[in-house]
Design a protein around this ligand. Structure first.
Ligand code: PHE
Length: 337
């Protein structure tokens, strides 16, 4: 008899483990403690036992009953707690989603992508490049005389005697031509560095886009056409080009292309200081010295090269009057794009 009760206890505890809600708990209670429950079945069988046994078994059963009620109570408490937790965790799957703040491209990146897209449509490849250069590629190969002011410690961040942070993207003219045969059309965008004090229109770090086209019979006319088409596409309006004579050691002749003012269409305004023109770049026909540096025959090949400041284009496109805001990382500024 004792064994039967022990087995029943074991079974009860096992079933108890599986109970997860009120309804199952009640079922369990009825099955054990109910009128026709397991315990009453045993009690009914007591008649056949001797007086002595009956007292003993009765005591067992009472203990068991007590145990069951206690376990039931704890289980009930647990179930109640679970229900409470669950209601706190309740999730409304029909609630409209909360909008997460979304990042976006920096205005400089937006303009650079547009620049690359336009030049690619004109058959130019976009070439990647290094920011740290050798004195050779940044200056010597580009025909900078030893006493050229751009080599001065005032302008260049030197790392060692031979290594420096490039002051222009032009070293990639020679770098690219050394590795590739003509004809070619490339642009090389990238960061350049100069030891300039920073103000509204100067930073010691800014972006240039270098351009180079080499083929047979390339003339200034080709340059004017390409750069004119580029600016017209960039600003979505017909842009006129004017070339002013200039000087760079690595182009001959050299010029600075101006574009007709995008704000007043050339009539003259505050932005273009009433000239109708805006300075845009440095450019020229590739100097024979540069072709020789790269191993090309200057008698066989001609080309034009140009370099313009990307930050300037960004400032003009978005009418920003201080270049420094492009580098501050100030969200109040950046969020406007
Ligand atoms: N590298 C020149 C500068 O930084 C610009 C330039 C590029 C001029 C290519 C001519 C040809 O001022």
């Amino acid at each position: 008899m004792q064994n039967i009760i022990e087995d029943l206890k074991k079974k009860f505890k096992e079933e108890m483990q599986k109970v997860s809600d009120k309804k199952l708990l009640e079922d369990l209670r009825v099955r054990y403690l109910g009128r026709n429950g397991e315990l009453n079945k045993i009690l009914r069988g007591l008649k056949e036992l001797s007086e002595e046994e009956r007292v003993q078994v009765g005591r067992y059963i009472n203990e068991f009953k007590k145990e069951i009620s206690e376990l039931m109570e704890t289980a009930e408490e647990k179930i109640k707690q679970m229900a409470e937790d669950f209601s706190k965790e309740w999730l409304d799957v029909t609630a409209p989603g909360a909008k997460l703040p979304q990042g976006h491209l920096h205005p400089r990146t937006i303009v650079l992508r547009k620049v690359e897209e336009i030049f690619q449509s004109l058959g130019f490849s976009v070439v990647d490049s290094r920011e740290m250069e050798t004195d050779y590629y940044n200056f010597q190969a580009l025909n900078f005389p030893k006493d050229h002011p751009a080599r001065d410690m005032q302008d260049t961040f030197y790392i060692t005697d031979e290594l420096l942070m490039r002051t222009q993207t032009s070293p990639n003219q020679v770098r690219y031509m050394e590795k590739h045969n003509p004809p070619l059309r490339i642009i090389v965008p990238g960061k350049v560095f100069r030891r300039d004090a920073s103000d509204a229109t100067h930073e010691s770090q800014f972006y240039q886009v270098e351009g180079l086209m080499v083929d047979k019979h390339i003339s200034i006319g080709h340059f004017k056409a390409v750069i004119g088409e580029f600016f017209s596409q960039l600003y979505g309006q017909k842009i006129k080009i004017r070339l002013r004579p200039s000087y760079f050691p690595f182009t001959e002749p050299s010029f600075e292309p101006d574009i007709s003012c995008t704000f007043c269409d050339g009539r003259g305004c505050r932005i273009c200081k009433n000239t109708g023109w805006l300075e845009m770049a440095g450019a020229g026909m590739v100097h024979p010295f540069v072709f020789k540096s790269a191993g090309y025959s200057p008698y066989e090949w001609q080309g034009f090269a140009f370099g313009f400041g990307l930050d300037r284009l960004v400032m003009m496109k978005y009418k920003i009057n201080d270049m420094r805001v492009l580098n501050f990382g100030d969200l109040r500024f950046l969020k406007q794009f």
